[in-house]
Design a protein around this ligand. Structure first.
Ligand code: FMN
Length: 197
């Protein structure tokens, strides 16, 4: 009887695995599907090597005409993290992240003229790469918005002494997770249109 129960349980686990889309077996796809925003951290530090990997991931992003119109400000100093957290509570910088990365648009490197606004897409792509890399490395992170709220963006520009052509897009606190939020299933076929609306 005991053997039969174990066999049934094993069959159920196998059946559940078979229901998973084949693509979920791929590590990179699984990493995308299981990323969540992490907003609370343990306060433990992360290594410079880990920070470099996050920045390399950011700069591996695609950008319009490959302009790479970005700059990344890394905040390691606890006093500055605390100051950011106090001024911008939604940025989660007071929740004990190890660091915060501030992906910025560098308008001096952006496409000139009407297409300049593509920097927002480029720096967004870099930000998502950082979030995915953090998750793959067992770290937690969350995108917290600045631009297009220019009050918030200007506050950060002033606090960190950024020149006018550097526009902070968001603040990404990164650290060892102190929480394990559930993955949200956002797949919705209503959002999909084939060939035409
Ligand atoms: C442009 C943008 C701005 C966001 N701003 C904030 C923010 O200010 N504070 C925050 O805690 N989360 C912020 N988030 C994170 C979202 O709340 C989060 O991505 C969303 O609830 C979906 O959850 P998930 O990331 O766990 O899938 C922001 C995300 C984006 C893309």
């Amino acid at each position: 009887m005991k053997k039969l129960i174990i066999l049934c349980a094993a069959a159920m686990v196998l059946a559940a695995c078979n229901n998973q889309p084949k693509s979920m077996e791929n590590q990179a796809i699984n990493n995308i599907m299981t990323r969540v925003s992490v907003r609370n951290f343990t306060g433990e530090k992360i290594s410079d090597e880990q920070i470099e990997t996050l920045l390399r991931a950011g700069m591996a992003a695609p950008s319009a005409i490959n302009k790479q119109p970005w700059a990344f400000v890394v905040i390691k100093d606890e006093a500055i993290l605390a100051k950011l957290g106090e001024a911008l509570p939604y940025s989660r910088c007071s929740n004990k992240p190890a660091i915060a990365i501030i992906p910025c648009g560098d308008l001096s490197k952006a496409i000139p003229g009407e297409m300049a606004g593509f920097w927002i897409n480029d720096v967004s792509a870099a930000t998502e790469n950082i979030l995915l890399a953090a998750h793959a490395m067992g770290l937690g992170a969350v995108w917290t918005g600045l631009h297009p709220d220019m009050n918030r963006a200007k506050m950060v520009q002033e606090m960190l002494g950024m020149p006018e052509h550097i526009i902070p897009l968001c603040i990404v606190p990164v650290g060892i997770p102190a929480e394990n939020p559930d993955v949200k299933d956002k797949f919705n076929t209503d959002n999909i249109h084939y060939n035409a609306w």
